[in-house]
Design a protein around this ligand. Structure first.
Ligand code: HEC
Length: 109
């Protein structure tokens, strides 16, 4: 094989790796629910859902969390605020099983 072909192959392999790693496969989805779409729009513009789904908070704590995010710039219609708090506190309450982080690197299963 010529050096040039080898180089081309390396570039190709590198690009494959880059594109493969760019797939958002490791990003968790917010759970289904009436307000899922609104939550996705309001809450995953600055950070992805990881930071949300790993929380286990009481309803009061979710209230504070959502209010804090609104103060920081999250766009939440005031009439949706309670529904969001309800949604997060039902799905991510302290009695839910602990969040298990997905590994993005191929794991040895
Ligand atoms: C204007 C940008 C922005 C929006 C929109 C936003 N957040 Fe955040 N959020 C942040 C920042 C900045 C942090 C701190 C990140 C860090 O510590 O790495 C954060 C952190 C968090 C955390 C981790 C705990 C904490 O307080 O640090 C949770 C949970 C969270 N956000 C939930 C939400 C929810 C729910 C929404 C939608 C209502 C939301 N965020 C919308 C900026 C935002």
């Amino acid at each position: 094989m010529s050096k040039l072909k080898l180089l081309a192959l390396c570039v190709f392999a590198f690009c494959l790796g880059v594109f493969a790693s760019e797939q958002p496969s490791g990003v968790p989805e917010l759970p289904p629910g009436a307000i899922q779409n609104k939550a996705r729009t309001a809450c995953t513009t600055c950070h992805d859902a990881h930071i949300i789904v790993q929380q286990r908070l009481s309803k009061a704590a979710w209230g504070k969390e959502v209010d804090k995010m609104i103060k920081w710039g999250a766009i939440v219609n005031p009439s949706d605020r309670d529904a969001l708090v309800e949604y997060f506190s039902t799905n991510f309450a302290p009695d839910k099983p602990a969040y298990v982080a997905q590994r993005s690197a191929p794991s040895k299963r």
